[in-house]
Write a new protein. Structure first.
Ligand SMILES: CSC[C@H]1O[C@H](OP(=O)(O)O)[C@H](O)[C@@H]1O
Length: 384
């Protein structure tokens, strides 16, 4: 592969298209998002997923509506107050699409503060333009933040493991879910660190967990790794312990985050908690890669994080192209039932890795480490 940059979100003023991640890796199809309702459904149905990408699609879907209101000079932009009311209603609606990732409510909080705080004498159109500009900036900032996370992750591992760029003994890492270009505006968080390790020639191989039941690892992370020609191997989630035991060159497990509580407990894709336990047992570094938009100082610990439960059909069914004569036929998609009919199912989308099992939280503002008492001080990183 390797042609061009992967882009989950394509935006220019008045136009928003997102890559349909339900169809990856078999088809690369962009679908239009014309309003906040389209944005809400795309997020809920996981056409777009990944904590930062969800937030960006949500605010850009609002930007699309505001742009249309300006173009048509509709009642929405009649006055500053009408825009304030409209924006707040739409944000309240959008944040209900998925509960666990805090990036979405963080973006909503910032846009809500913008419309509340803006000068009372501003026109409706000017305020709508300010909201659009703020939403657009969130998308641009996300890519810069991810590159900074990549650089800090490289710095942390280089010093913690004493590996030098272009090292003779490069390291391997393990990751879960998809935290790359597809989960963000570009480059990625945990997968951004993998990209930076690869770029600095300190990466031997990235192992990727399949990440049942939605298979973000086998469908999306594998797609990105192949796209970028990064040496990689896919495993099923239940192979992780065996892999760490048999592959001592794996020195770190790097994961993303949907919400980092004030104390450092981190909600991430289901399966992350067991990896943090394994990391401790095998003496490998366990790193969380998260923009500061994923830090939630209002949530004291992981016990206070609401974990999204997804429909049981996502676990018992799988869809994909039919294989004919050994080849996938993407024009023929079939859904198969995997489990015994009638079985009860538990399908939490996330779990919480406790702070005690986390070595470092890598943000765009630097590397958060624990003090001698085992406490992260994330308030030093979250400044807005
Ligand atoms: C770049 S962090 C993305 C974060 O979002 C994922 O969840 P989902 O695919 O359900 O949206 C996962 O927990 C990742 O670490």
């Amino acid at each position: 592969m390797s042609e061009g940059l992967l882009q989950a979100i394509r935006y220019e003023r008045g136009l928003l298209n997102i890559l349909d991640q339900l169809r990856l890796p078999h088809e690369s199809v962009y679908v239009p998002i014309k309003n906040t309702q389209d944005g809400f459904v795309a997020i809920k149905d996981m056409v777009v997923r990944g904590a930062p990408a969800i937030a960006i699609v949500a605010v850009l879907s609002l930007a699309i509506e505001l742009d249309e209101a300006i173009t048509k000079n509709s009642a929405v932009v009649e006055s500053r107050d009408s825009v304030e009311q409209y924006v707040k209603e739409k944000l309240d609606y959008l944040v209900q699409s998925r509960p666990t990732a805090v990036n979405l409510s963080d973006s909503a909080r910032k846009l809500s503060a913008l419309v509340t705080d803006t000068n009372k004498s501003i026109s409706g159109i000017d305020l709508a333009n300010q909201v659009i500009a703020a939403a657009e900036k969130m998308m641009v900032d996300d890519v810069d933040d991810n590159k900074a996370i990549g650089a800090f992750g490289l710095e942390y591992l280089s010093s913690a493991l004493d590996v030098k760029p272009s090292s003779d003994s490069p390291i391997s890492v393990l990751t879960i879910c998809n935290t790359g270009s597809l989960a963000t505006a570009g480059y990625g968080t945990a997968l951004g660190i993998v990209r930076s390790l690869f770029g600095a020639k300190v990466l031997k191989k990235c192992y990727a967990c399949e990440t049942r039941p939605y298979n973000q690892g086998s469908r999306l992370t594998a797609y990105e790794l192949v796209h970028d020609n990064i040496p990689a191997t896919l495993i099923t989630d239940n192979m992780a312990a065996s892999l760490l035991r048999s592959h001592p060159e794996i020195k770190a497990i790097i994961v993303g985050a949907d919400r980092v509580a004030r104390n450092g407990d981190t909600a991430n894709k289901i399966g992350t908690y067991q990896l943090s336990v394994l990391a401790k047992h095998h003496g490998v570094k366990f790193m969380v890669a998260a923009p500061t938009t994923s830090i939630d100082l209002m949530t004291p610990s992981g016990d206070d994080i609401i974990i999204e439960e997804r429909p049981h059909l996502e676990l018992v069914r799988a869809s994909g192209p039919v294989v004919e004569n050994g080849k996938s036929n993407k024009d023929k998609i079939a859904t198969v039932h995997l489990a015994a009919p009638g079985i009860e199912v538990w399908n939490p989308a996330f779990d919480v890795a406790p702070k005690d099992l986390i070595d470092a939280i890598i943000t765009e503002r630097g590397i958060a480490l624990k003090d001698d008492s085992g406490n992260f001080h994330l308030e030093n990183f979250k400044i807005d």
